[in-house]
Write a protein that binds this ligand. Structure first.
Ligand code: AMP
Length: 398
């Protein structure tokens, strides 16, 4: 079956068409600046040239219409007609406590997703708009929703509750939800597969280090803790997000800087993390690594603090699971920054971690980066959220 995977944001939309039998991506692309002047679509068929077209996209329905047109285009398309697309899989950011699994989308599901909008005001409404646009243009094609939060729903209460008045959980469902679940699930399963060991018997820590970053503890195939919380602001220091800090800083800064809550939150989301800590050098780890190698003190400060936080989080999950068998690195930084992996692993001597620097220098492979003698295995597993969504979609519509 050919599955169209859609990841819809408020002004952008990423897509991939995946053949579920071969698990190959047949074409992929991106619509940008939807509803804004200067919108454009980038389209890349599997073995063809990437093409970028600037064209008006007043809304998401028009964006999806252009995606479908590109996929069926006589010259560069990869399917003869839309009938060849057997299902659509949608990434949905927040499923609250309602969705511990992916679901076939119907009116009831849409209402339940909408009820979670408060928990992810920037993401869920955009996801719903994408689903709506697809349903308009492909009314007879089954659609599946795959939630970023679903994999983390197995966390025990002691891991997901905050030390706040219980009534806030009862009234507003304030608790840890966690994100990047599709990636944590895919990577932990894949690690077990590559090692040839039963998933159900392993204790795995996954470090998803991308622009957003989170760590999860997966014991016996179930998530038992994760570092992001009610929102994706909690946990690790990220590209531009602060991650954990003393909550009293918000009030302190508001007074000192004469700013409102919204402005402070914008600072914590967009101007903090390694960008802020490097005194605005960069949020991109390519720049930070270059800066580190050139002896730039801003880059050194940011990189060291970032890696220290990751190592500390790993330590807390070793405690949560009473041990660990495998630690996985994934996403943009986890897959591509050997320096970050080296720094993080330098804290893991107590786990008997021995890095194999030749393996650590490789890129784009599912690979163990520790020596055979290493007491704990550390791996790089490139994530593939789109493939995971396509697999879930096929599983549900078959
Ligand atoms: P993601 O959100 O998973 O797409 O990750 C994006 C981030 O990965 C970028 O902001 C970079 O910081 C980082 N990244 C991507 N490529 C490299 C690279 N070759 N070396 C170091 N960091 C990289």
């Amino acid at each position: 079956m050919k599955v169209l995977v859609i990841n819809c944001g408020s002004s952008s939309l990423k897509f991939q068409l995946i053949d579920s039998e071969s698990e190959k991506c047949l074409a992929k692309g991106l619509c940008e600046r939807i509803g804004i002047e200067g919108s454009m679509i980038t389209y890349a068929p599997e073995d063809g040239e990437k093409e970028k077209t600037v064209t008006p996209m007043p809304d998401h329905t028009e964006a999806i219409r252009l995606v479908l047109e590109a996929l069926t285009n006589q010259k560069t398309g990869v399917v003869g007609s839309l009938d060849e697309i057997g299902a659509v899989g949608h990434r949905i950011v927040h499923g609250g406590e309602k969705f511990a699994q992916s679901v076939v989308i119907d009116a009831e599901v849409l209402a339940a997703v909408e009820a979670c909008n408060d928990l992810a005001p920037l993401h869920n409404p955009a996801n719903l708009i994408g689903i709506d646009a697809c349903r308009k243009l492909m009314p007879n094609t089954p659609m599946v929703g795959v939630f970023d939060t679903a994999f983390h729903q197995t966390m025990p209460e002691e891991a997901y509750m905050y030390g706040l008045p219980y009534e806030y959980y009862q009234k507003y469902k304030i608790r840890r939800y966690g994100f990047h679940g599709t990636s944590h699930s895919y990577v932990s399963k894949r690690a077990a597969e590559v090692l040839g060991k039963p998933y159900e018997e392993l204790k795995i820590i996954v470090c998803h280090l991308g622009n957003g970053a989170s760590v999860s503890a997966v014991k016996g195939g179930k998530c038992v803790d994760t570092s992001m919380g009610l929102t994706p602001l909690e946990g690790l220091m990220m590209g531009t997000r602060s991650g954990d800090m003393d909550p009293a800083i918000i009030e302190f800064l508001a007074h000192k800087e004469g700013k409102g809550i919204d402005e402070i939150m914008a600072v914590l989301n967009k101007k903090s993390g390694v960008l802020g800590l490097s005194d605005n050098l960069s949020s991109d780890f390519r720049d930070l690594e270059d800066g580190y190698n050139a002896g730039d003190e801003n880059a050194i400060r940011a990189l060291k603090a970032y890696c220290y936080r990751v190592a500390k989080c790993i330590g807390s999950y070793v405690a949560a699971m009473n041990g660990v068998d495998v630690i996985c690195f994934t996403a943009g930084i986890g897959e591509n920054a050997p320096l970050v992996r080296t720094f993080v692993c330098s804290y893991l001597g107590y786990l008997g971690v021995e890095l194999d620097q030749a393996a650590n220098a490789k890129r784009g492979e599912d690979i163990a980066i520790t020596t055979p003698q290493s007491r704990t295995t550390v791996m790089v597993i490139p994530t593939n959220e789109e493939l995971a969504i396509a697999r879930e979609t096929v599983r549900l519509v078959k």
